[in-house]
Design a protein around this ligand. Sequence first.
Ligand code: SAH
Ligand code: SF4
Length: 351
Amino acid sequence: MTKIDIRSADLAQITALVEQLGEKKFRAAQIFEWIHKNGAENFEEMTNLSAELREKLAHNARFSAVEIIQTQISKDSTKKFLFKLESCGIMDTEGDSAIVEAVLMSYKHGLSLCISTQVGCRMGCDFCASGIHGLSRNLTAGEIVAQVYKISRLEGERISNLVLMGVGEPLDNYDNVISAIRLLNHEKGVNLGQRHITLSTSGLVPQMYALMKENLQINLAVSLHAPNNQIRRKLMPVARSYNIDQLLDACKAYTKNGRRITFEYIMIDGVNDSIGNALELTKRLKGINCLINLILANKVPEKGYDKSKDRALAAFKETLEKANFHVSVRRELGQDIDAACGQLRNTAILD
Ligand code: SAH
Ligand code: SF4
């Protein structure tokens, strides 16, 4: 008999388990709280349950192993955590365990955590380190939420903002990511507000429409990175499946009930950062309620791209602002420990 992955289970599934074990229904809420509010990592910790029930639970359910194996602290105090998950099985060609990373940033308004949703990524964007070895496997909902609970426990502080922008394409692991968001948002759990969660996607159009139907109030960030199909296809293979008009139609639909969308735009020297590119972008995005977040390309040794020159960045930003767009430039945090965007990997280089 395979045991239930208890950290991935929702309250209804835990209730079904508890009833199957001949226990009262209210025990399910207690178990849920232990896992999703207190970050319990085994049944032994659940001291308000009888020893007999804890034993029955351990027979029928399990906690997947999620271990922090390395922590690095940057000069700017950004922290990068390396997580070891259960092995990828036959798909793990490296013969290694599954490794993912999470990055913690400390701001005036609290802790902001960036977590991973897949071991590797199969989207193959040309500038990104996460996809170099392809996809090994999806994270379960339990593995996604465990990153939040572990780090929050370790820091002794609540995570106030969560971004799904670490390793992986969240919408390529749709069901588990949606389950994880619902677990994190649950009133009996850490109760993280949906408006404090941002999901970043490379632009999987059908899943974006599916996401709209979930009626979640999460923020959506879309990695646009180019003003036209030609440049976008060069940088991102996903742009060959969905053209820029299809992507922007989905974005417009997302903003229908007052939600604002963020476009991420990586600034690469001589590739997508001319004033002409900026003007084309203003025409493309005209009328969309959005914020444009410019990200200077971070160095990935295997890739030949350089970040834009300061002058090009300033001129690009000014062109967008003149057309009345809201523009921000992402601070380059954690670069010295390879914790910046696109520098996260699924194969850790351990000392
Ligand atoms: N897969 C999702 C989320 C993870 S990537 C996505 O692509 O949106 C998070 C962000 O980092 C994306 O906007 C991505 O395009 C960006 N990124 C990837 N490689 C980068 C690099 N070398 N420099 C700067 N940003 C990068
Ligand atoms: Fe995957 Fe995002 Fe990296 Fe593209 S940028 S390879 S979608 S993680």
